[in-house]
Design a protein around this ligand. Sequence first.
Ligand code: NAD
Length: 365
Amino acid sequence: MSLNYAIIGAGMMGQEHIRNVGLLPGASVSAIVEPNDEMAANATQLAVELGMPAPKRVQTVSDLVSANNVDAIVVVSPNDTHFGMMQELLHTNFPILLEKPTSTDVDQAWKLSNQASDRSAPVWVAMEYRYMPPVTRLIEEVRRGTVGDTKMLSIVEHRFPFLPKIDKWNRFSARTGGTMVEKCCHFFDLMRLITGSEPTRIFGSGGQDVNHLDETHDGDRADILDNALVIVDFENGVRASLDLCMFAEGSYWQEQVSVVGDAGKVEAFVPGPSRFWPGGGERASEVVISPRADKAPTREEVHVDGNLLAAGDHHGGTYFQHLKFQQLVTTGKGTPEVTLADGAKAVEMGAAAERSIRTGELVKF
Ligand SMILES: NC(=O)c1ccc[n+]([C@@H]2O[C@H](COP(=O)([O-])OP(=O)(O)OC[C@H]3O[C@@H](n4cnc5c(N)ncnc54)[C@H](O)[C@@H]3O)[C@@H](O)[C@H]2O)c1
């Protein structure tokens, strides 16, 4: 069965979705909703270059309902538009892939989850980091029992600063939900997935120390955290930490995930987007397994097809997520792997970290 996608918000990430839809079997982008003329033109040209018929540019979400060539919707507009957009979309029968964070506000995120509970068409929250091949490998090893009982989890992301965005929406916490929600909801989601447990308390320390200090927009100064350390305790006793630095684009590894249990350790090392690295070629990711018993760590390279790496900034994660979403929609079998409740919990943890950083308090759940 062929599948026609509508993209709502065809900016940087929307175009990553278009490139990845272009790699899926029997899939095409048939419509876009994009208020910015330049982005709409770029997205249309991209789709055509990928061999798709030119997608129709429609003005509103309700135009998508009357369009007869849309089978599924990908929401990729700025964070503060997601809730309002979903108020309209939840009344339709379209399967939806909704970019994280589901909302900038915790109550709204949970409201979405409740509103969708009796909806028959699926809503899948896009969490690309789950689907990066080295991270998937790490999770498989943890599930297989390689580390024994998980006790500690550490996630490090040392990367480039936030990129320029249309209307500078990502420079302001009011529009993003704050860095801990906007960017780090991915990592809080990974923490829940890897530990299989729920948080009991969060403490964070962070600041805006290097990036965007002189940036203003309509007289308002950018107020985005660019570094933080966050500690999370989980119900099952696992301790997790996040170390985020957004002025570290010289680092060889962008993400480092480490899980330690009573029997050993497994680590995943993921390089940043190839387009930002000299030469622009593939840098393989790595998974290292270090059992306690024999003190003989094994290191393996995880290779990702160059076409998948070139299609986005998420080490192939966007493609593998799309494959699963497509399978769910075309077969009608199964349920979304990342639900609106997962999305809401990730927003809630991000908001708790943001609050802890700003007030100094320990936030309990
Ligand atoms: N999962 C990830 O790893 C990841 C990575 C990047 C971005 N994102 C998410 O994707 C979304 C978009 O981010 P981006 O980096 O592409 O930003 P962007 O600014 O590059 O693109 C957003 C686009 O949405 C358009 N837009 C604004 N208001 C709209 C509306 N009401 N309806 C339709 N389109 C509208 C803008 O004109 C712009 O072209 C955000 O929610 C962001 O958090 C996720």
